[in-house]
Design a protein around this ligand. Structure first.
Ligand code: SF4
Ligand code: SF4
Length: 179
């Protein structure tokens, strides 16, 4: 059998049976979708899970799940198991009559101090901040915010704080730790 390898090198091979196993590569558009959903991409071009073992079906933004070949080459059995895991995760949050409780450690912008410079929009890796043109201030979407604190450190006017991690609270924690 004659063949051409990935370096365009031609060769010959004696064989009784040839089985084709084409390589899988991530979709070219996955970067665009990752940007739209604010989720991370793995260096291979597939979507990145939160943790390969502890949380393999969740994307890096809450509420978005990745299964099967979205997170790498997968066979049908693996894809079905991952789909069941994702479904289980969704159902455990959808309790009839109960509201979904969002993350408590989220940031908030103190309207009176915000100068509208929009620095915080550039540092938020989760696209959790939007600019309110009418009021001329930035606003945190608490449903998307992950409480990473990037925006808090970047705000030149000190108008952002992460709930439950205010300066007096942090000061008290440090004080207790070094007592
Ligand atoms: S960085 Fe601070 S001052 Fe600038 S838009 Fe954001 S919250 Fe407002
Ligand atoms: S705490 Fe992090 S995720 Fe939340 S708005 Fe600020 S930068 Fe974005």
């Amino acid at each position: 059998m004659e063949y051409t390898d990935i370096n365009d090198k031609k060769g010959k091979l004696e064989s009784d049976l040839v089985i084709l196993a084409p390589a899988m590569i991530a979709s070219k558009d996955s970067g665009e979708l990752a940007e739209l959903l604010s989720i991370d991409l793995h260096e291979t071009g597939y979507f990145q899970e939160v943790h390969q073992k502890i949380n393999p079906v969740s994307a890096t933004t809450d509420g978005i799940f990745i299964i099967g070949s979205a997170r790498g080459p997968a066979n049908i059995i693996d894809a079905m198991q991952q789909a069941k895991a994702a479904t289980g995760k969704i159902f455990t949050q959808l309790i009839p009559g109960e509201k979904i409780i969002p993350e408590v450690m989220v940031s908030e912008i103190l309207e009176a101090y915000c100068t509208g410079c929009q620095t915080c929009l550039q540092v938020c890796g989760y696209d959790a901040i939007y600019f309110d043109d009418e009021r001329g201030i930035s606003v945190v979407n608490e449903a998307v915010c992950r409480g990473c604190g990037n925006c808090v450190g970047s705000c030149p006017s000190g108008s952002i704080r992460t709930k439950h991690f205010t300066n007096p609270q942090l000061y008290q924690e440090v004080k207790e730790a070094i007592r």
